[in-house]
Design a protein. Structure first.
Length: 252
């Protein structure tokens, strides 16, 4: 069955001499894998297919797609694609690109089954476009995106932080009154920052929270620990070292 949908490219792996296997977070069906034949070929046949170029399938690209969908197939096919949005600043900005690759890899690692998450899809599209166009600081974006994506995935943290519950227990996924008997928790200061980020309703708002680079790094690593406890099979992101290397921003 042919159907139109939007998609976010999460991953592309070479297949054979001229093809790709592309993982795409689709609006209609969630994460799907597509065999895209001939896109690494310079033949006239390959180049004449609508939108079928290897460059279309770079991670982070936002696509409008016409796709074949069969519930019993693990590899789907694409009929045509075109860009749903063309990045303005991302390609020339290594810091924005590093954040984008972190966001995309996070989605790839948490979206483990082909089921729709339309609110998460809309949020991810909005955040990628914000990252491309904003003139505000982007230092807090990985933190904001991680927390709010987890919530839309169904493994979010509660919003009940207060003076009586000042510690975030990462294993239990809740704020607690006493320091847990295990090492997987946030102290009161980092728990308070996390609560502020959870309360933000936009990346604009999150960007105003003053955080040092040391604290950002510490928090993003703790959030990875949280996801390891609550998303089966979750592993550390390959994008993190590059993010930390390039994202050496001053305090805001």
């Amino acid at each position: 069955m042919l159907q139109k949908t939007r998609g976010i490219v999460l991953r592309a792996v070479k297949y054979g001499e001229t093809s790709l296997v592309v993982t795409i977070f689709t609006e209609e069906w969630g994460v799907q894998s597509y065999l895209v034949s001939g896109v690494r070929s310079s033949s006239a046949k390959a180049s004449s297919r609508p939108g079928m170029r290897a460059a279309s399938f770079q991670p982070g690209n936002l696509l409008d797609m016409v796709a074949y969908y069969h519930t019993r197939k693990s590899l789907q096919r694409l009929s045509e694609v075109q860009f749903a949005y063309l990045y303005q600043h991302m390609p020339a900005d290594p810091v924005r690109t590093a954040v984008m690759l972190y966001m995309v890899e996070l989605l790839w690692r948490v979206l483990q089954h082909p089921q729709p998450f339309k609110e998460l899809f809309a949020f991810a599209v909005e955040q990628l476009q914000w990252l491309d166009t904003t003139t505000l600081g982007i230092g807090n974006e990985p933190l904001y995106f991680t927390l709010h994506a987890a919530a839309l995935l169904g493994v979010g943290l509660p919003d009940d932080f207060d003076d009586a519950r000042p510690y975030l227990d990462l294993r239990e996924g809740q704020f607690v009154s006493a320091i847990p008997a295990h090492p997987d928790y946030l102290d009161a200061a980092d728990s308070a920052v996390t609560a502020r980020l959870l309360a933000c309703r936009s990346s604009d708002e999150a960007s105003t929270i003053p955080l040092s680079q040391v604290r950002r790094r510490k928090l993003i690593l703790h959030y990875q620990d949280y996801l390891r406890w609550h998303v089966p099979g979750f592993t550390a992101l390959h994008a993190l070292p590059t993010l930390f290397q390039l994202f050496d921003l001053p305090e805001t």
